[in-house]
Structure formats: structure tokens, C-alpha cells
Design a binder for this molecule. Structure first.
Ligand code: GUN
Ligand code: ZN
Length: 424
């Protein structure tokens, strides 16, 4: 067992933040030998319960749950900042040509290393990740995550049409490859598999049908895709699938909406789409830096809350511009303010932080497993040092309550304040 004494941030079941200015986080094995949080709370209340346990004292630091990135593309690590008129030309001119390089396993391994180094440097300890259409890209990613002991979910991209040579896959083979990867990786150590149709326009009906069959056969495997991101993309999807009520309904029609299905963007929805998200238990990965960079639009937080479907925050690198959860939370705040002019939504700092930690875990069906530091949770955490940035050091000294403190970190913080990332 080991204990850490510092300020401690956790979340209650209702999503509100719990904060101990002088806290104690005790980590040790559970009955099955997994390293978990054994106790978390005020130092004064807990210290006497753990005689003989070594305590590392970290004055001025904040212990917080590792962040969860609900949607990110590891092969787009080097695509960040590629400007385009919109999503479809961005895919065609930058993303597909770049992803074709991942046919080479050595190249994929090299990028996987950089990707995990970046995630961890920014305090992200779990991610739901797209690989490319090449099975070797999944193996490269999973092997690296396994070595580092990370809880990671990833999948081979399915794209058997409207995709150039080099990334296009073949229907039957792509489904067989996906199933083999499920058997190899899903539930191995802390790894999980996600069935990954890139988006409806890049998948034939046969491929979507096969993906839905896999999703039914493996109910605790995740599903990830994109939906309702960009107006041109939506028009294209509607034209390709005229029988479906909406773009989102295409996925439902092929058995791809259920719990553990995470759809990136979900911007241009009507209330029937929102109700479909809610009734199926699917969740949205809100990716504000990507949506602002590609000019895709603004996620409707008020609409999501009014109907009540699940969502969490995501970088969507390389459409997104940063691996930093702080940058993503700030962008989500800006987008919420844009909505506020119409709907009266302004996201609180506690909500923003929850949507990138415990709330994102809930969207994945992993609440109580990651994204929080309550007893029983896997002990992935970060050590934040606000003193690492001069302006932030001044600002936090003026914070009169938890909301002011968290807002200071969200607005001014970045990887410079992530002093340490600890994997359980
Ligand atoms: N839609 C289909 N593929 C992609 C992708 O790689 N990134 C984003 N943002 N949207 C997509
Ligand atoms: Zn994406």
C-alpha cells in the first residue's frame, strides 16, 4: 500500500466535485490483486486508519483522476493543424493519405509511442481510440498500451468504399479481421476493443450489417463512429441511405446503437435523434476543438440535457487541435457560451471536469472503474502543480472557492501543470 497527501479532487455520484484541501489518497491491492483506491478523503479523518503505510507528502499539489479522452485518432497525431475548407476535403487531402502509411507496422509502432507519450504528458490515462484500417495498426497500439499498463479501448477502422487505395479495406476480410482482433485484445489486461465503422458514407451496407452482427455477438465490446458532424457529410449520408429516417438512424438500422456505442460530434441533431441516443443508451463524444477548427458547428449542450442523453469530452486529434484536456474543456465552455445566446446554457467548471473524467467513464459503461478516485476505482491519477505557471500561480491564490479554482486551471492550464501521471 502507498498513500499520497495533497489536495484531492473526486466526484460524487451526482457529478458534483468533492475537494479536500488537505486530502489523503490510499492505494493498494483489492481482493483480486488489482491496484485500486482503498481510501480517499480528508487527511485528518483517514491518516490514523493506515498505520505503517508510507505517505508521500506533496504540498501545493492537487491529486485528480486521470482524464478520459472519449474520441481520438492515434494515426492522426501528425495531422493536427492541417487546414481545410471542411471535413470532406480534410479527409481526402490530409487524413487518408497520412493514414495509408500505417500499413507499415514499424511506422505504426513509432507513432503509437509518440501518441501515448503525449496522452500521458497531458494527464490522459484512458482513451477510446481509432486506429487505421490496417490490423497491424491496432496491434502496434495495443502492444504499447499493454506494456504501459493502460486502460485503453481501440479498434480497426472499417471503410470498404468511398476511400482511396491504401486505406480502403475489403468487406469480408475487414469483418474477419475485426473479430480476430476482438478475440486477441478485448479483455486482455486492461484493454478493450471497439468495432469501428469510420462513418456511414465510407461503409457499404454489407459492412455495416456485419459490424452490427459483431456488436450483437460481443455485447460488451464497444462501438465507435462519427455522426452529424458536417453539413456536406450529412447530405451525402442521407443520399446514400435514403431509407433511414436520419443520418443517426442509419446506425440504428444496422444494429449499431446500444450501450457502449460512442458517436463523435452529434452536432446537427433533431429531437428524434436525441431521443434515439437516450433510448438506446448510446453516448456522444463532444469534440469542440475539432468542431471549431474544421468549422463543423457547435454541439447543442442544452438540447442534449433537455432530452437527457449521455455525452463526454474528447480531443478528436487530428481534427482536434490539442491533446490537452484543459484546452478541450475551455473549448467546450466557449461552445456552451455560443449556445447560451440561444438557450441559456453555461457549463460550470465542475461539469466540464466531470465530462472529461467520471462522466466520460459513465458514457463508456466504466463508472466506478476509471475517471474517479473513489474507493474501488482503478488508481490512475495525476498530480497537478499550479505553481508551474506564473500567471496560474497568482490566479489560484485568489480563488475563493472550488469553482474559481477549477476555472483558473481550465482557462490557464495545460501540460505544464501536469507534474506526474500515475498508472495504477
Ligand atoms: N469522419 C470520418 N472520418 C473522420 C475523421 O477521421 N475525423 C473526423 N473528425 N471526422 C471523420
Ligand atoms: Zn474523429
Amino acid at each position: 500500500m502507498k498513500a499520497y497527501r495533497a489536495a484531492l479532487l473526486r466526484f460524487a455520484d451526482d457529478g458534483s466535485a468533492l475537494y479536500d484541501e488537505d486530502g489523503l489518497l490510499v492505494i493498494g491491492p483489492d481482493a483480486s490483486g488489482r491496484k485500486v483506491v482503498r481510501a480517499a478523503g480528508a487527511y485528518s479523518a483517514l491518516a490514523g486508519n493506515f498505520p505503517g503505510v508510507a505517505v508521500e507528502h506533496l504540498p501545493g499539489r492537487i491529486l485528480a483522476p486521470g482524464f478520459i479522452d472519449l474520441h481520438v485518432h492515434f494515426p492522426q497525431t501528425d495531422v493536427i493543424g492541417s487546414p481545410a475548407e471542411g471535413l470532406l476535403p480534410w479527409l481526402e487531402n490530409y487524413t487518408f493519405p497520412h493514414e495509408s502509411r500505417f500499413a507499415d507496422p514499424a511506422y505504426a509502432q513509432g507513432v503509437a509511442t509518440v501518441f501515448f507519450d503525449e496522452l500521458l504528458r497531458h494527464g490522459v490515462t484512458t482513451a477510446l481510440t481509432f486506429a487505421t484500417s490496417h490490423p497491424a495498426s491496432v496491434n502496434a497500439l495495443m502492444e504499447d498500451a499493454q506494456r504501459r499498463g493502460l486502460r485503453l479501448i481501440a479498434g480497426k477502422v472499417l471503410q470498404d468504399r468511398h476511400s482511396p487505395d491504401g486505406v480502403r479495406d475489403e468487406t469480408e476480410q475487414s469483418l474477419a479481421d475485426s473479430e480476430a482482433l476482438i478475440q486477441k485484445w478485448h479483455g486482455t489486461d486492461r484493454l478493450g476493443y471497439a468495432i469501428t465503422p469510420r462513418f456511414a458514407p465510407s461503409c457499404s451496407e454489407a459492412q455495416l450489417r456485419g459490424a452490427g452482427e459483431l456488436a450483437a455477438k460481443y455485447p460488451d465490446v464497444w462501438i465507435q463512429s462519427h455522426v452529424a458532424e458536417n453539413k456536406d457529410e450529412i447530405a451525402w449520408a442521407r443520399q446514400l441511405f435514403p431509407a433511414s429516417r436520419s443520418y443517426l438512424a442509419v446506425y440504428d438500422d444496422f444494429g449499431l446503437m446500444r450501450e457502449r456505442a460512442i458517436y463523435a460530434h452529434c452536432i446537427h441533431f433533431d429531437d428524434e435523434d436525441r431521443s434515439l441516443m437516450r433510448s438506446t443508451g448510446a453516448a456522444a463524444a463532444v469534440s469542440p476543438t475539432s468542431n471549431l477548427f474544421l468549422g463543423s458547428g457547435f454541439f447543442d449542450f442544452a438540447g442534449a440535457d433537455r432530452i437527457g442523453f449521455q455525452y463526454g469530452l474528447a480531443s478528436d486529434v487530428g481534427g482536434g487541435t490539442s491533446f490537452s484536456p484543459f484546452h478541450t474543456m475551455l473549448a467546450a465552455y466557449y461552445v456552451g457560451r455560443e449556445g447560451q445566446t440561444k438557450q441559456g446554457v453555461s457549463l460550470s467548471p465542475q461539469q466540464l471536469w466531470w465530462r472529461h473524467t467520471a462522466g466520460a467513464a459513465q458514457a463508456l459503461g466504466l463508472d466506478g472503474v476509471v475517471g474517479n478516485l473513489q474507493p474501488g476505482c482503478e488508481a490512475d491519477f495525476i498530480v497537478l502543480n499550479p505553481q508551474a505557471m506564473p500567471l496560474l500561480a497568482r490566479k489560484v491564490a485568489h480563488a475563493r472557492n472550488l469553482d474559481e479554482l477549477l476555472f483558473s486551471l481550465i482557462v490557464l492550464g495545460d501540460d505544464r501543470i501536469v507534474e506526474r501521471t500515475v498508472i495504477s
